[in-house]
Design a binder for this molecule. Structure first.
Ligand SMILES: *Cc1c(COP(=O)(O)O)cnc(C)c1O
Length: 398
């Protein structure tokens, strides 16, 4: 029983015992197609042999030392990530929230360096940045903040996707940074208008703000580019990564470029576990497999195919507000609450998620194949049709 666990999740009544690629098996031996990847974590699918053997080999060699010593695998991973991203330096931690904590601390340091006594960070409505006190304060969702007051000082909020709302802060001398997801994850797979990130880049440069991108969900190939900002050919000052970086091995990273380099100095930030040899070996293996198997390109190709199939099957339904996505980060917005579809999909052997109440969220592994993409599109259209028909029958009989 789960009664020895603190009550933080309403868990579905299923437990998985084994995985292979995009498939999971439960305790009863039933097979499920995983269209969620442990929330954008297992991009290479489950039990990838190259990841498994890299982790096993490293576990037999050296798991942990300390950041008091040099860690060659950490230095190598930093160089690889900088080469892929165009950023200059990395700090490694253990989760997304920790990566964003590092970003928030960098913003404060940048503000103080500019002589701002109480620096502010511009954050967005409907955003998600984590569950620590600072990151839940940055998060644009009252339900996540409720009960945890007093929240952290120094955040101001504007609508997502609206760079003119950010531009309105040009005359506020206390602003030090912008923190934004290039595509919202928990907030309902919202894709901002073209040019949004470039506009924010220009505003940040003009006003000496740090532009800090939270790519914890969108990064590491998921949108069809290594990083979602690469669709817009711009560069942030701070980049938060986690989820897909370790394919399930806990690792986060805060990358910096330009004005954000050298803000931290010895003693100003740290971590016991962050960037240990085991986690870095796993992340290096993830990057190797991504490149060897062309998974970024696959995410673009299969994502476009899934979007097309979903549009074919659901596009004409007036109850479907919008089908949107970039690469393998997709949302189907309905005109009604859709939470019950998680259970309906599970019953059909498909794992997905509903976020922002009305948005079916699909985050399949980047190794997904054509047949699996078709299966996802078929099952999702079936359960959406069932939901609409059921509610229609209830309306008529009422
Ligand atoms: C998941 C997520 C986080 C938090 O990451 P944790 O590893 O759960 O702390 C932060 N930002 C975004 C965009 C996320 O998707």
């Amino acid at each position: 029983m789960a009664d020895a666990l603190q009550n933080t999740y309403n868990r579905l009544p299923v437990a998985f015992v084994r995985g292979q690629g995009a498939w999971l098996w439960d305790t009863e031996g039933r097979r499920y197609l995983d269209a969620l990847s442990g929330i954008a974590v297992c991009g290479l699918g489950h039990s990838h042999p190259k990841i498994a053997s890299a982790i096993a080999d490293q576990a037999h060699t050296l798991i942990h030392t300390s950041n008091l010593y040099r860690i060659p695998l950490q230095e190598k991973l930093a160089r690889r990530l900088c080469a892929l991203s165009g950023m200059d330096q990395a700090f490694f931690c253990n989760s997304g929230a920790e990566a964003n904590e590092a970003a928030i601390k960098l913003a404060r340091l940048h503000g103080h360096r500019r002589g701002i006594e109480r620096p502010k960070i511009i954050v967005m409505e409907g955003s998600f940045h984590g569950r620590t006190l600072a990151t839940l304060t940055a998060t644009g969702n009252a339900r996540i903040q409720r009960g945890f007051e007093p929240l952290v000082d120094g955040f101001v909020r504007v609508p997502f996707g609206d760079s003119t709302a950010v531009a309105d802060y040009r005359n506020d001398p206390d602003v030090a940074a912008i923190l934004v997801e290039p595509i919202t994850g928990e907030g309902g797979i919202r894709i901002p208008p073209d040019g949004y990130l470039r506009d924010l880049r220009a505003l940040a440069t003009e006003n000496d703000w740090l532009l800090m991108l939270d790519e914890i969900q969108a990064g590491i190939g998921r949108t069809g580019e290594w990083f979602a900002y690469q669709h817009e050919e711009m560069l942030p000052d701070v980049l938060s990564l986690a989820k897909g970086l370790g394919n399930g091995m806990p690792i986060g990273a805060s990358l910096v470029a330009g004005r954000a380099v050298d803000l931290f100095t010895p003693g100003s930030h740290g971590t016991t576990f962050g960037g240990n040899p085991l986690a870095c070996r796993a992340a290096l293996a993830v990057l190797d497999v991504m490149q060897a198997e062309g998974l970024r390109e696959e995410a673009a190709r299969q994502g476009a195919q899934l979007l097309r199939l979903l549009a074919e099957r659901l596009g004409d339904r007036p109850e479907v507000v919008q089908i949107r996505g970039r690469g393998l980060m997709l949302g189907i917005e309905l005109d009604r609450p859709a939470a019950e579809l998680v259970r309906a999909a599970l019953d059909q052997g498909l794992l997905l998620n509903v976020t922002a109440e009305r948005v079916i969220r699909l985050l399949p592994p980047l190794i997904i194949n054509d047949a699996q993409v078709t299966e996802i599109a078929d099952t999702v259209s079936d359960i959406v049709a069932d939901l609409i028909n059921k509610e229609e029958r209830q309306r008529i009989s009422a």
